[in-house]
Design a protein around this ligand. Structure first.
Ligand SMILES: [Zn+2]
Ligand SMILES: [Zn+2]
Ligand SMILES: [Zn+2]
Length: 282
């Protein structure tokens, strides 16, 4: 069963030591890089709920914390109106589905967080300034099914990280019966889409249980973990610009990561402008 578009993407980066300042203090700096999700939803939908596994609470934050990333979730708007319009007798189901262009429009109307990163001076150790960095992701739960750019309407798609140019956002499709009816898989699917935002790909999964395998592939045997070496290596070792949201294209070529042939753009040496959708690859 097709559960997510193969065009999806996401991934992320997390706490890391800054600069080459003296050893011990670096541990204390590990909280200086973080990512915040601005999460909106349409009326009569729900955000993915935390789950309990083996007596422990699993959340988006805990899943990414396991890979040493700090990812916060800010549930924001909860009553965005579903898309509608004049009834077309020739296409009565039009507004049951949402296109990527329409997702862009909803994002632009409701997103209040910037694309890319912001930096600020955290503290000064002696005369050495230390900077903190915050990256941003926009998440949106829509009360629709997905319509792909070819006009194909797909009730099996759970979610998508549709912003391939700069990996800035993802969407969940509430009308999909797994999203609205299976809370465990809904949380898993959301972590998967965020993996795409961090520039991880289906090919980076282990083919069976990894977060980066599609929900339809893992079936009921899923775990809330990145398990494959390709996923873990990327999150741990690859450059920030190739991982963090808003900085480069989905699948952009970068050192150390398998070229899946998704894009020929490079993820390094890009220009970033502080407006959605304006990342430019030289
Ligand atoms: Zn996917
Ligand atoms: Zn990959
Ligand atoms: Zn990588």
């Amino acid at each position: 069963m097709k559960t997510e578009s193969p065009r999806l993407r996401n991934e992320r980066g997390g706490g890391r030591a800054l600069y080459g300042i003296a050893g011990v203090a670096l541990l204390a700096l590990s909280g200086c890089v973080s990512t915040q999700i601005e999460y909106d939803r349409m009326t009569n939908t729900g955000f993915p709920a935390n789950q309990t596994v083996g007596g422990k609470t699993v959340s988006i934050t805990s899943i990414y914390a396991t890979e040493s990333y700090i990812v916060g979730v800010s549930q924001d708007q909860t009553n965005i109106a579903a898309l509608t319009g004049p009834a077309n007798p020739a296409d009565p189901n039009q507004y049951d589905y949402i296109t990527e262009a329409e997702l862009d429009t909803v994002e632009q109307a409701n997103r209040s967080s910037p694309v890319g990163k912001i930096n600020w001076l955290c503290f000064t150790m002696g005369i050495v300034p230390s900077y903190c960095t915050l990256y941003h992701i926009y998440g949106l739960v829509v009360n629709h099914w997905y319509e792909d750019p070819d006009g194909d309407r797909d009730q099996n798609t759970l979610g998508i990280a549709w912003t391939t140019s700069n990996r800035r956002a993802f969407a969940n499709f509430w009308r999909n019966t797994t999203v609205s009816g299976n809370a465990g898989k809904y949380l898993r699917s959301t972590a998967h889409e965020i993996g795409h935002v961090f520039n991880l790909h289906h090919a980076d999964g282990n083919g069976t249980t990894d977060i980066m395998n599609q929900t339809g592939v893992v079936g009921n045997s899923y775990v809330y973990e990145f398990q494959a070496a390709a996923s873990k290596d990327h999150l741990r070792d690859h450059s920030d610009r190739c991982k963090y949201p808003g900085l480069s294209a989905f699948g952009a070529l970068h050192e150390g990561h398998v070229d899946h042939g998704i894009t020929t753009k490079r993820c390094l040496n890009i220009l970033i402008k502080p407006v959605a959708g304006t990342v430019v690859n030289p």
